[in-house]
Design a protein around this ligand. Sequence first.
Ligand code: MG
Length: 354
Amino acid sequence: MLGRFFRYTEENVKIQSHLTEPQGIIKTQITELQLKDPFKIARRATDAARQVVSVEIDGGIGETAPARFYGETVETVSVALETIAPTLSGDLDAIHDVMEVVETTLGGNYAAKSAIDMALHDRLGKKLGVPLYQLWGLNPHRTPCTSFTIGLDEPEVMAEKTRRAEMYPILKVKLGTPRDIEIIQKLRDVTDKPIYVDANTAWTPKEAVRKIRQLAQYGVVLIEQPTKSDDLAGLKFVREHSELPIIADESVKRASDIPALVGCVDGINIKLVKCGGLLEAHRMIHVARAHGLSVMLGCMIESSLGITAAAHLTPLVDYADLDGHLLITNDPYIGVTLDEGKLILPKRPGIGVT
Ligand code: MG
C-alpha cells in the first residue's frame, strides 16, 4: 500500500529499472498521436506529437493524455497502472467503490486514475447496453458546440489557421505574447465568430486587465486563465476589473479546489486528465453549480476515445472545448461527431467508439 498521498513522479519512476506490463486485469498500450500542425501555447515549447496511454479492463476501454505541467508522463502513468492493477478486484460494476480503492492506493496520479475510471464506465455501459449519457440520465440533444483551438504562432499564420477552421462556429485562441492585440486584430480581419481567449497563465494581473479591456472590443466572449495558477488574488483582481467572464483552468484541478475560487472567477474548466476521471468530473460540475459558477469541459490532445468519453458529460455544461481529436492525423477511433460544431454523441453502448 503506497497510501493516498503517494504519487509517482518523473523522478521516482526513474528508480524502476524498466517498465513492465501491468499485471492482471489492466491491459495498456502507449500510442503516439501525430499533430496536424505543430502546437504551441504560452507556457510550453512547440509539439509535433503527443503520447497517450490507453487501457482495457474487462472489455471496457479508456485513455489518458498525461501532462507534464501536472507532473505526469506516460512513464508515471504506466508505473501507476502497474501498481493499481493487482488492487482491481471484486465488483467492477460498483465504480465508486473501485475508485475509492484506487484513490487509497495511489491518490496522486490523476491521469492514471482517469484512464481506469473511463474504462470502468465504458465497461458498465457496454454490460448494460446503454451509452454513457443514458447511464447518467442525460439528454443527448443538450450538447453545446465545441470550440476549435488556434495555437500560438505568427499573427499571419494564426489568421490562416482561422481561415481554414471555417467549419467550426466558435474559436479558442491561445494568447500570452507581446503581440496579443495584434493577433486578435488579424483574426478579426478574417472572422466574426465568437472567440474564447486562453492566456495559459501568461499575463500579470495588471497586464490582463489592460488586455482584456482591448479584447472585449474585438468581440471576445470569455478569458481563460489570464494569470498564474496559484495567484488567486491576482485572478480576483482581474475579475473585479474586467467585463468579460474569467474561467479558471490551471487553477482548478479537483472539486476540492473550487470553494477557494469563488469570487475569483466566473467559471471553471474541467478536464478528465486533470481531475482523475468521469466520477470526479461529475462531482466538480455539481460543486461548481452549487457555487454559481459556469462550467467548461476541456481536453488535452487526445484521440476520439478520451474526447468522446468527456463529450457524454457535456449536456451538463455551458461550454465545450473538445477538439483534441480534431488536431491529430492518426486518430485510432471514431466516436463523437460534429454537426456545424455541435457535439453529436454516439448511441452505441458505453463510450460508443469503434
Ligand atoms: Mg486552458
